[in-house]
Design a protein around this ligand. Structure first.
Ligand SMILES: [Ca+2]
Length: 362
């Protein structure tokens, strides 16, 4: 389409006799440049061991890249102190309380909390501290915070209201990136298939971020789960802007939606709006093809018709191609646990692998 418009313009210029050279070679629009991806490796922070009642295993669980496991409650109104291995100027700090399954299922996770940073503390309590995040009335099971500062060497996190369980903290180094860069930070948004897949449950390991690292050792992307069971494209569209606003610092938005949709025209309209909202917010959307299902042949034929729309919009918006989850589960139907959802072992692992294969092409 763009090339057609350019040719039309060239013809008009020639017709007007301006003498401007308008040959095919030097008037062609530049090809889109490959994304220059900036790594956001996971930071191997140390937790200062001052939590009453915590044993070694409890501390390890806070930073083991695994969720959906039992965790001991954190103390209320007490700092959880992280020492960074090297000073950073820009980072992503995430937490999740994934035991409840859905993104909107906080359970006994934190209702309010604050995050502070220090560049001159020597022990995690002395020195000067700046409050960079102060969240009230939290209802979400996972959050990402983009934090900037000079020589950040310490981070501390304090729950001030609500429940006190968190099953993972993530710290990722964004120091190499500047505003607008394609930084290696990932949000997964969708329905129950997303909720099943991205809590980094050990059964489905290695996880997306671990599989990217295995293929590209300099990378260890951040990942966060925004899945809610029963969502269709309209639900995702309705909650998307708030999630973007609540979770600054994430660049890649991996969309897995359509299993709960039925009307093709409505799906196309919603998916377009989702893509445009992400692009308008400076994000990179990537859409997965909706997984094959064998619970009901008529439902699967709807999936096939919606995947035509996924393919078309991916092409129209020049998005990187997402994983073909349809083909994978058609070829591996035993990796569906109920004809629809992935098994928590092979199925969840495969979805993460297929996304990792997309990620390493960027
Ligand atoms: Ca954990």
């Amino acid at each position: 389409m763009k090339q057609f418009q350019l040719k039309t313009l060239c013809l008009a210029i020639i017709f007007m006799g301006t003498g401007i050279s308008c040959s095919e070679n030097n008037s062609a629009e530049p090809e889109p440049q490959p994304t220059s991806l900036v790594p956001a490796p996971r930071v191997e922070a140390t937790v200062i061991r001052n939590i009453s009642g915590y044993n070694n295993e409890d501390y390890l669980r806070l930073l083991d890249n695994r969720g959906r496991v039992w965790v001991r409650s954190l103390p209320m109104n007490t700092d959880i102190v992280f020492k960074l291995p090297q000073p950073l100027s820009h980072l992503l700090f995430q937490w999740m309380r994934s035991f409840g399954y859905n993104y909107n299922e906080l359970g006994d996770g934190p209702g309010a909390y604050r995050i502070q940073i220090s560049s001159n503390s020597t022990d995690g309590s002395n020195g000067s501290w700046e409050t960079v995040v102060n969240v009230q009335n939290n209802v979400w099971a996972a959050r990402a915070h983009e934090i900037k500062g000079n020589n950040i060497q310490w981070i501390r996190f304090r729950i001030t209201a609500g429940g006190t369980t968190i099953d993972e903290f993530d710290i990722h180094d964004l120091s190499q990136s500047k505003s607008g860069d394609a930084v290696d930070t990932w949000a997964f948004i969708g329905d129950s298939i997303t909720a099943d897949t991205y809590w980094r449950d050990g059964q489905g390991a290695p996880t997306f971020n671990e599989q990217v690292k295995a293929l590209r050792p300099a990378r260890f992307p951040s990942m966060i789960n925004f899945g809610i069971g029963g969502n269709n494209s309209g639900h995702v569209l309705a909650r998307l802007q708030q999630i973007i606003d609540n979770n600054r610092g994430i660049y890649f938005w991996a969309i897995g939606i359509g299993t709960n949709d039925g009307n093709a025209a409505q799906y196309e309209q919603n998916l377009k709006a989702i893509i445009e909202m992400l692009i308008n917010n400076g994000k990179q959307p990537i859409i997965a093809r909706i997984p094959y299902r064998n619970d009901n042949p008529s439902h699967n034929s709807i999936v096939q018709s919606l995947n035509v729309i996924v393919d078309r919009l991916t092409e129209d918006y020049e998005l990187p191609a997402g994983p073909d989850l349809y083909r994978y589960f058609e070829q591996n139907p035993t990796h569906l646990r109920d004809g629809l959802h992935p098994t928590y072992t092979n199925g969840v692992n495969a979805i993460q692998r297929l996304w990792a294969e997309v990620a390493v092409k960027l």
